[in-house]
Design a protein around this ligand. Structure first.
Ligand code: PLP
Length: 465
């Protein structure tokens, strides 16, 4: 399958992230170019991008507008110190991001990634309660199966044990609530599940009342749709009820929209899709269409004002920031990306294609090993039956076979996730799922031999808390 008759780079030095390095280096999958909805491999094969890169290329690859904006900026102002000085584009980018956010979330802190956005949001939540005179509000709540990046705060509030166990203990003072899949698993639900949302959200209140004093909770962080841990779509009214509970107890609600932001659900943000306004939104990825690392944290104006009003006029209100916060090329890329969204109405395009993706995804129901199919907006997850002793092997084998057949999908645990660029064509959506179907049939027919791959998960419990 890999790259015959081509000169590969020296593979010794690069430590590939979240990847089985020895296995990957034995059969590398290397892209040398990308345009539109396709990658080009080193041996000149075209691979349909069924995942928008790592969920981060909503406007499709090789956008000239972004390349021009970044190139021009690089030649004009390559860098301005991010602390104590700045540059006009940082303010313009913040204004544009603020305008793109749900109403009220119009104070913007720039970071360089989703993980940094999460750390920043958690730190803002903790510091906010302190500046408001409530230092005992210092506990952070996340969700089982939540993915909030890889930094220490993120793995602490995150609920994928496999990402944390390798490093020993993370932060103290963190708790987790259940994820919605517990109540709707194996249901082949199309879109948003109808039932159970209120009861599940009420468990959050019950937990903080019985195990904690609600007055000690700083924030609750949730992904509106849990992406990385398997496309988990929340039931109706669940997020609304979480909002009510947070408001009642003075807890900041953080939506981690690193995946759900920028049109993925057919709306600008998951907050728009579910009509729930959190106190803080984290985003990254699609903000620059994946071309320059950049993240953003949007907070309600009251939160920003609390910092301004409760510290001395010459004080640094938030001792936090990055050398590359709002670097000029990232700001240029973000503005160009937001222009593309505005001009091409990519969110509407995503919404209009979601029905096609839903039918294509659910056409896989009944195939061997397929345990559940979930979808929302331009995302679908196909979950396989767990195979004892071989966690993740079925999805990994399916992913490899799809790649061989010219379609890039993502595997995560026992799940194949599909999240194409919003520029995808209807026939390309059909191709993604017919390829997955063929790959499943192939892998199942190959039996044990087809599953004989090094696996991402060491054991089943890595998905559990
Ligand atoms: N938060 C969520 C919800 C994510 O899905 C991701 C990445 O997929 C992150 C945070 C981390 O983003 P990054 O990889 O840019 O650090």
């Amino acid at each position: 399958m890999p790259t015959p008759n081509i000169k590969l780079p020296n593979m010794d030095h690069y430590w590939v992230p979240f990847t089985a390095n020895r296995q990957f280096k034995a059969m590398p999958r290397l892209f040398k170019a990308a345009k539109g909805n396709y990658f080009t491999t080193m041996d000149d094969r075209q691979i349909l991008d069924g995942t928008a890169g790592l969920w981060c290329v909503p406007a499709g690859h090789g956008r000239e507008e972004i390349a021009a904006a970044v190139g021009n900026q690089l030649r004009t102002l390559d860098y301005a110190p991010a602390f104590q000085t700045s540059h006009p584009l940082a303010f313009e980018a913040a204004e544009r991001v603020a305008q793109y956010m749900p109403a009220g979330l119009d104070r913007i802190f720039f970071t360089n990634s989703g993980s940094e956005s999460v750390e920043t949001a958690l730190k803002i939540a903790l510091a906010y309660h302190r500046v408001c005179g409530n230092p005992l509000r210092n506990k952070l709540i996340g969700r089982e199966r939540g993915y909030h990046g890889v930094n220490f705060g993120g793995i602490a509030v995150g609920g994928i044990a496999g990402n944390r166990k390798a490093f020993g203990n993370a932060l103290a003072g963190v708790d987790h609530i259940r994820h919605p899949l517990d109540i709707v698993n194996n249901a082949f639900t199309k879109g948003v599940p109808e039932d159970g949302g209120i009861a599940l959200a009420n468990e959050f209140e019950q937990r903080i009342m019985t195990l904690h004093d609600p007055a000690t909770i700083a924030s609750l962080i949730v992904e509106p749709m849990q992406g990385s841990a398997g496309v988990i779509v929340p039931p109706k009214n669940y997020l609304k009820r979480l909002r009510e509970i947070c408001t009642k107890h003075g807890i900041l609600l953080i939506f981690d929209e690193v995946i759900t932001g920028f049109g993925r659900l057919g709306t600008r943000f998951g907050a728009d899709y579910f009509d729930v306004i959190p106190d803080i939104i984290t985003c990254a990825k699609g903000l620059t269409n994946g071309v320059v690392p950049m993240g953003a944290v949007a907070v309600k104006r009251e939160i920003y004002d609390a910092f301004m009003e409760n510290s001395a006029a010459n004080a640094i209100e938030l001792p936090h920031g990055y050398t590359y916060s709002a670097i000029p090329i990232a700001c240029a890329a973000a503005i160009a990306t937001l222009d593309i969204f505005a001009n091409e109405k990519l969110e509407d395009r995503g919404a209009s294609l979601s029905g096609r993706l839903e039918s294509a995804a659910h056409s896989l129901k009944g195939l061997p090993m397929v345990k559940d199919i979930r979808n929302i907006g331009l995302v679908a997850g196909i979950e396989f039956e767990a195979i004892a002793g071989k966690p993740g092997a079925m999805s990994f084998a399916t992913y490899l076979k799809c790649y061989e057949m010219g379609v890039h999908v993502r595997y995560t645990g026992d799940i194949i996730a599909v999240s194409p660029p919003l520029t995808i064509e209807p026939h390309e959506i059909d191709r993604i799922f017919s390829t997955i179907a063929d790959a499943i049939k192939f892998v199942v027919a190959a039996g044990d031999a087809g599953l004989d791959h090094t696996r991402y998960l060491k054991n089943e419990q890595d998905w559990a808390m």
